[in-house]
Design a protein. Structure first.
Length: 199
């Protein structure tokens, strides 16, 4: 796969960071790079170990606080132009189908994401916040049983750029063009999506 977002960032001389805990590390590296294992020039990676527990409902915060601490330190050090982050909790704890642990997981991510976004905004940056699928949004079936699978519900997208208006009907393929748009870069012809930011 040519001209993934990581490759375009690299070709434009931008520094990028991929960060996640173990459970979602391949999602921010291998999958985001179109099946490429190697780092692009200018790409750094931070892997935070996921907790060693039988199931994540036993530790619903997982390693979100460690991911947050490492990322805020990196943002404050002005090392990277673009960051790709994944908090594992909503998906991994959501798979338990257990309401209370999933609420705790979401609360942990809410706190950690707030600190990350505050750090980004303090540096004059922008954030795109979304999910690639639902899971924690439905935990109980209509029959009252635990729901442990992904959902096909639409997911929210938040772009923190002041004054930005997002168009309706976005898809996952629109996220990379949106990131490139925020950075003032042209999207390559290989990207079939379009920026979510209305002009």
């Amino acid at each position: 796969m040519d001209n993934t977002v990581g490759e375009v960032l690299s070709q434009n001389g931008l520094k990028q960071l991929r960060i996640a805990e173990t459970e979602k590390y391949p999602h921010v590296t291998f999958f985001m790079s179109g099946g490429r294992e190697e780092e692009f020039p200018g790409e750094d990676r931070i892997l935070i170990n996921s907790p060693d527990v039988a199931t994540y409902d036993l530790k619903p915060e997982m390693s979100a606080y460690e991911v947050k601490d490492a990322l805020v330190a990196d943002i404050n050090a002005d090392k990277h132009d673009a960051i790709i982050l994944n908090f594992a909790n909503p998906d991994m704890v959501g798979h338990s189908g257990m309401l209370e642990p999933t609420i705790k997981a979401i609360e942990a991510v809410d706190e950690c994401l707030g600190a990350v976004v505050d750090a980004i905004l303090a540096k004059g940056g922008h954030a795109i916040i979304t999910a690639d699928h639902g899971n924690a949004d439905v935990l109980i079936t209509e029959e009252g049983k635990p729901h442990t699978a992904h959902t096909t519900n639409p997911v929210p997208v938040i772009v923190t750029k002041k004054g930005a208006t997002l168009r309706e009907g976005g898809i996952l393929a629109d996220l990379s063009p949106t990131l490139l748009d925020l950075l003032g870069l042209e999207k390559p012809k290989e990207m079939t999506g379009t920026s979510l930011i209305q002009k």
